[in-house]
Design a protein around this ligand. Structure first.
Ligand code: CP3
Length: 339
């Protein structure tokens, strides 16, 4: 069995399998070349030939144990008819959500809109080394809602958090629509060939414990249960970033096969919080990878010592930054293989 799937089934494989969040992206010259060819980012995500090639680039170059579909969490609201563009140098730009927009999210558009993304999944699965697993993904409904409510990124997502208190019925409805659409989207990715799916809830940690339970844990639990009913052997990785002490209840309640740890989490503390059957994934600091050399070696050694003996998937605590030299990634993979 592929090493990633063994770990997600609860086995303590050593050395652990490795893949990296944002392993396809601007730090790779071969990515930049195809990105320039595609024009804009959405055109790249909806071009199956180019998106499949970009997905495979890091697996080929570094021998990663998994490929992650090249797309974006914001392609889901886009597929529901919500405006999205990626402005050069300023990240995603969306309309700032108004209450009436929620009822306009159109699940009937979804099948046609995601068709090219599913075609990318099929192509990647066909072109992938048989030892590597293919990971599909969606954003956590809360994080997707964050970008819709703010109209883009934010330092504190204050407008979103305020909406959750001031317009709780609208907010709950928004989360519900995104949750149902995520189930359809992830099921379609699995049918097209994804062997694992991951929920990226990058801003989960801005919520209070009560709102985290309602808008992060409960939707993830619903998504995991709906997928398990149809695809009982397909594992889900949950990444409630900056969830801190709430990781334990998240892991226990949702039924995820693994939880992603952000850079701030002690793997020992996470191990104590999270049920033993649940694997951990993470959590090298992307800045340690950018630094490389001895600083990186020290961080990797202490991370590996902390996770040895339990089911672990080696990864970063957040995505690779564009300034990262590709040679540092190659060195990281060599370090891990020699562990
Ligand atoms: O290699 C992979 O990890 C797979 C592809 C992937 C992308 N985004 C490609 C991408 C995945 C899984 C994501 C997830 C994603 N997208 C998240 C969750 C993870 C996280 O990083 O917290 C979030 C919050 C987004 C939203 C998003 N997309 C932002 C805020 C930005 C702009 C910031 C940036 O890095 O430019 C994007 C754009 C984006 N998504 C790029 C890539 C490679 C850069 C676009 C470019 O080429 O110009």
């Amino acid at each position: 069995m592929k090493t990633l799937l063994r770990v997600l089934a609860g086995e303590a494989v050593w050395p652990p399998p490795i893949w990296l969040m944002r392993q396809a992206g601007r730090y790779l010259p071969e990515y930049c070349a195809l990105r320039a060819e595609a024009g804009d980012f959405i055109a790249l995500c909806t071009n199956p030939a180019l998106a499949a090639e970009v997905t495979l680039q890091p697996v080929r170059r570094f021998g990663m144990d998994a490929a992650i579909l090249f797309s974006d969490i914001l392609m889901l609201p886009w597929a529901l008819g919500y405006g999205l563009r990626f402005a050069a140098g300023e990240g995603p730009v969306l309309p700032q959500l108004q209450t009436a927009d929620i009822a306009r999210l159109d699940r009937h558009r979804l099948p046609d809109a995601i068709a090219p993304i599913l075609e990318t999944v099929r192509r990647v699965r066909n072109g992938l080394d048989p030892s590597a697993a293919l990971i599909g993904f969606a954003g956590g409904p809360f994080t997707v809602a964050c970008y819709m409510v703010e109209g883009g990124g934010s330092k504190d997502f204050a407008r979103t958090r305020l909406m959750a208190y001031q317009a709780p019925e609208d907010f709950a409805r928004l989360i519900e629509v995104l949750t149902e659409a995520s189930i359809v989207y992830l099921a379609a990715q699995i049918e097209a060939g994804a062997e694992v799916v991951m929920l990226f809830d990058s801003w989960a940690g801005v919520l209070s414990p009560a709102l985290f339970a309602a808008y992060v844990t409960a939707p993830a639990q619903h998504i995991v249960a709906a997928l398990a009913a149809r695809f009982p052997t397909v594992p889900v990785i949950g990444f409630p970033r900056l969830g801190g002490t709430l990781l334990g209840s998240y892991a226990a309640a949702t039924g995820v096969a693994a939880v992603g740890l952000d850079t701030s989490v002690s793997p020992q503390v996470a191990r104590a919080l999270v049920p033993a059957r649940v694997a951990l994934q993470g959590n090298l600091d992307p800045m340690a990878l950018l630094a490389g050399g001895e600083a990186m070696q020290r961080e990797v050694a202490s991370l590996l010592a902390a996770v040895r003996g339990g089911p672990h998937v080696f990864n970063l605590g957040h995505g690779i930054v564009p300034q990262t030299p590709p040679e540092h990634v190659a060195a990281l993979v060599r370090l891990l293989r020699a562990a």
